[in-house]
Design a protein around this ligand. Structure first.
Ligand code: SAM
Length: 287
């Protein structure tokens, strides 16, 4: 029902999404739950007080963060078992998305307690909503901090036939983009979304090859919070499969038009016909 407030339910853990910048990006239902919950647990109690105060909510907050999640989860499960309604909020966006919350949810579910999502902002969906990209995507979150581990992680992801979505912090964004370029090549498109929903929000798209220059061009480009989206690899690109697909297509294209060649190549190789069609077209152009 739209017109009636929906208070927090007794004995239920509510996982509440909060804004990722703009304090007005919070749902009516999130406010209903936060106003009425017996207990609000928060990743950073000070940061969350600011949000709650902005919406006229006064509450004492219980801290649950990555360093105490297991012990704090046990206490919250006890409160839920005693019939209390509990809301959990992380620093920003949706709990459990590169944020604490998963252990708490698992503990509540293991105890047979109801867990209810109160949806709202997340940097990943906010970015994808303006990416203008109709492709499957994989949410990677933060890559490893060390370059060698980051390279390895990227090598494992490079050939996946989907877009890749990363979170990154300002002090690592240049190094991270440098590694994306090195491992994934310069041709894939990079969408850089920074400071979403905030005053200096910026969304910039360019080929990976041009991204380091864009970051270097202005110190503001390197400030704030980042989501990076790398477009999928070119159709059928990716190591041995690509070499084999090209070999088959080269032979078939000597005798057949593109559509028929792609059709037969798909039957021979088991690869997707549409991808082979695109590859055949690009090979024709290369000729
Ligand atoms: N739970 C959050 C969510 O649902 O998006 C993510 C928390 S994670 C600790 C913080 C990272 O999310 C930042 O380093 C950045 O990569 C991304 N992020 C959060 N807010 C953002 C914003 N306003 N603009 C761009 N990226 C943001």
């Amino acid at each position: 029902m739209f017109d009636t407030p929906q208070p927090a339910r007794p004995g239920t853990l509510h996982i509440v999404a909060t804004p990722i910048g703009n304090l007005r990006d919070i749902s009516l239902r999130a406010l209903d739950v936060l106003r009425t919950a017996d207990l609000i647990a928060a990743e950073d109690t000070r940061a969350s007080q600011t949000l709650l105060a902005a919406h006229g909510i006064r509450a004492r907050l219980f801290a649950l963060h990555e360093h105490n999640e297991a012990a704090a989860a046990t206490r919250l499960v006890e409160a839920l078992q005693a019939g209390k309604s509990v809301a959990y909020i992380s620093d920003a966006g949706t709990p459990g998305i590169s944020d604490p919350g998963a252990r708490l949810v698992a503990a509540a579910r293991a105890a047979g307690l109801p867990v209810s999502p109160i949806p709202g902002a997340s940097a990943v969906t906010t970015t994808l909503s303006v990416a203008g990209m109709d492709a499957p995507w994989l949410f990677v979150g933060f890559l490893p901090a060390r370059s060698a581990a980051r390279h390895q992680a990227l090598r494992d992801l490079a050939a996946l036939p989907c877009a890749l979505v990363f979170y990154e912090a300002p002090h690592r964004v240049e190094a991270c983009v440098g590694d994306l370029l090195e491992v994934l090549g310069g041709e894939r498109e990079l969408l850089i979304a920074r400071e979403l929903t905030k005053r200096f929000e910026q969304i910039h798209a360019c080929p990976l090859a041009a991204a380091p220059a864009w970051l270097a061009a202005d110190e503001h480009h390197r400030r704030g919070e980042f989501v990076l989206v790398v477009s999928p690899p070119a159709p059928a690109a990716g190591g041995e499969d690509d070499v084999e697909a090209r070999r088959i297509l080269r032979i078939l294209l000597e005798e057949l038009p593109v559509r028929q060649a792609a059709h037969l190549a798909a039957r021979l190789s088991g690869a997707r016909k549409n991808a082979l069609y695109d590859l055949a077209l690009s090979m024709k152009k290369e000729e």
